[in-house]
Design a protein around this ligand. Structure first.
Ligand SMILES: *Cc1c(COP(=O)(O)O)cnc(C)c1O
Length: 373
């Protein structure tokens, strides 16, 4: 079987989606499924849709194109403010986009007029993360300008938390953001259909005691795909954390003298880390490296320790078993590792779809539900 590969359990992704969609639905919040972590993989996007997301979103137009080429017709929103140079493609492939710059919105307006379309605009508001966003005090003015442009329609406002700052939103920040929606409606007139409160980092807030107010949408990637809450890294109740598995192959299994002669270790080589666990004696080299994924974002399987990694090699130690050359080792990935691995040209994506078949499957030895893409 092809190595390295990522095994994707679509059923777990569907179930994770259903779980958050149901819980947030009870609080008046719908879910936009974010596909940037899987580079817009169409089958994974379809699992999000099957699980009940209201629409999809991605940060890159290339990923959106991939979704469209695979025949996905659901609404797709661009969640990174568009590059002016891509305005035409944004209008062509996305129903709406998040925006912070009036010059970009003007370019979208022209592109939409040329194409005879109306492109949805969601204004991203800076609520404290200090990444993208219009300052709250300037929001009404920008909204008014958007209202005067043809080819674009103001659909809502959005906020973003915990991306650059790593800080989870507070209850009062969320209340202020909700209040902004009312303020903009008061100042500009139109009903704001979408009041999007943020991403996976907002889940503790959304599941909390307080009212969710005007906020009626969250854009979720990490929580659904990995089942964890990004700020704490903790598993979300009832969610699968193992929908993705990275599989790499052992290419050398040897007993190298350990520890290394100290003189060989250059302390400036950050990529070389001596395993702190004593008793690690068996060293294995796997055919995967920094070029494929964020190696530090992998969790080592039980009984093994990370020793070091270079561009194409990962060295692990095991304290008991010796793995045979040619055998496979499985890892769980964090979001960063997943994102890199899904975009790595040498890593195959293998879909595991154990959706119950409509007609009982005949008993067979070969797993029929595996598909290589
Ligand atoms: C990545 C991203 C999201 C989704 O974030 P997760 O933490 O994966 O849920 C939402 N909104 C914006 C603007 C993003 O860039």
């Amino acid at each position: 079987m092809s190595c390295p590969r990522i095994e994707v359990d679509l059923n777990k992704i569907r179930r994770n989606t259903q779980t958050v969609v149901r819980r947030l639905g009870a609080r008046g919040i719908d879910v936009t499924g974010v596909t940037k972590g899987v580079r817009g993989h169409p089958a994974i996007a379809q699992a999000l849709l099957d699980g009940g997301v209201a629409g999809l979103a991605d940060a890159r137009i290339s990923n959106v194109q991939r979704l469209r080429q695979a025949g996905i017709t659901s609404p797709v929103t661009l969640i990174r403010t568009p590059m002016m140079s891509q305005a035409d493609q944004v209008v062509q492939f996305c129903e709406a986009s998040y925006n912070t710059e009036i010059a970009v919105i003007a370019a979208l307006s022209s592109a939409a007029i040329r194409r005879g379309r109306v492109h949805g605009i969601i204004l991203m508001v800076e609520m404290g993360d200090r990444r993208e966003g219009i300052l709250p005090e300037n929001l009404a003015e920008v909204a008014l300008q958007v209202m005067t442009m043809r080819g674009v329609a103001l659909k809502g406002i959005g906020a973003n938390f915990a991306c650059l700052s790593g800080l989870a939103p507070t209850t009062s920040q969320m209340a202020n953001f909700g209040a902004l929606a009312n303020e903009i409606e008061g100042a500009c007139g139109p009903f704001l259909k979408i009041v999007s409160g943020g991403g996976s980092a907002n889940l503790p807030w959304a599941f909390g005691e307080q009212s969710t107010g005007r906020i009626n949408n969250l854009r979720l990637g990490e929580a659904i795909l990995l089942g964890v809450e990004p700020v704490s890294g903790e598993q979300i109740d009832g969610m699968h954390t193992d929908a993705f598995t990275l599989v790499a192959e052992v290419i050398e299994a040897s007993a190298k003298p350990a520890p290394f002669p100290i003189a060989l270790v250059d302390p400036t080589l950050a990529r070389l880390r001596i395993a702190p666990v004593s008793g690690v004696s068996k060293r294995h080299i796997l055919a995967i490296g920094q070029q494929d994924t964020d190696i530090l974002g992998l969790s080592m399987p039980a009984g093994s320790t990370f020793i070091g990694a270079t561009s194409d090699h990962l060295v692990i130690g095991t304290n008991r078993t010796i793995l045979k050359v040619g055998s496979e080792v499985k890892f769980q990935m964090n979001y960063n590792a997943l994102m890199h691995a899904m975009a790595a040209p040498d890593i195959k994506v293998k879909l595991l779809d154990d959706r119950p078949p409509r007609h009982p499957r005949r008993t067979q030895d070969k797993p029929q539900h595996l598909a290589l893409v």
